[in-house]
Design a binder for this molecule. Sequence first.
Ligand code: PLP
Length: 358
Amino acid sequence: MDSYPKLFIPGPTYVPEHVMQSLTPPQIGHRTPEFSELMSTVVQGIQKVLYTKNHVYLVSHAATGLWEMGIQNSVKKGALHAVNGSFSSKWASVSKECGHETGVLEYDWGKGVKAEDVDEKLSSGRYDIFAMVHNETSTGVCSPLEPISEMMREKYPQVIWLVDAVSSMAGVKIETDKLGIDFLLSSTQKAWGLPAGFSVCAVSDRLIELSKSIPNKGYFLDINVYEKYYEKMQTPSTPSIPHLFGLKFVLEQIEKEGLENRWSRHIENAEYTRNWANERGQSLFPETGFESPTITCIQNDKEWDINEINEKLLERGFRMDRGYGKLRGKAFRVAHMGNVMREDLTDYLNNFDEVING
Ligand code: PLP
């Protein structure tokens, strides 16, 4: 394990040895009282982190599958997708692939999702669900949910709201019930600070009810199948039990840290990274006011040789991000979420400084 570089990419994120260890208790049967007890502890812990009473499903595959779960259990008329980066764009294409009438609210990369634009699109009456990515990992843009929530509650209370919080959940405060989010999803390899391959979602009662009236959802992603097993605190199929142990441990760590401290830590580390970039003559890629607390996307105004920096950082034992897709080399990201503490960040940025100063 020590021979691999320490991760400062926006997922999978850095998982220290003691967290990895938490995934290794002996296996337990998934139809046993001890499993239900473990699941119940994990579900209640996640509900606290998400400020919700909604049912929380534990899902043994990547979050991409939850994009499909959200869509397949909710759309009757049409899905409106806000698209402001690579992941939101992929989610919109998943809706199309699933055969749904799909509308797109398109933004340039770097821009945030705004309530008034969503309002304009929803006013057409063509859509019964609205899907957006809270924290666009590709661009480091975090779109505040409060104004969208207010607008939706006032004007479109019947529209189902699906939110991808893959790179914000457990790193950014999301008050699910207060906001009225019907489907909130994430995988574990970002701000939860665990290995990849496992996901969680919080599902509102009205979405569970709605799902009952939707045919042809298949089996694997059917919310009603999840519900049947949820009543017994079980999962429909054999889950990744190591991930459940890992989540239990991380939730204990979060409890110790305190929720408000955790949200502040992410904000403060983001501010620290933004200042670091600005002091070196680089600006930030996201539009002002939409900078992510978990990922800082730095515009490479100084035209640093990102590939060379990458090579040198690798020699020092760090894995950097070089920019997502079309941003490669033009903007690069620093992830500061989950297990990344201030001392990890300063160590990384000090090494970065030494590399750029030759
Ligand atoms: N949504 C966002 C915002 C992401 O950043 C990612 C992955 O990086 C995904 C969805 C897909 O997650 P997964 O790889 O767990 O399917």
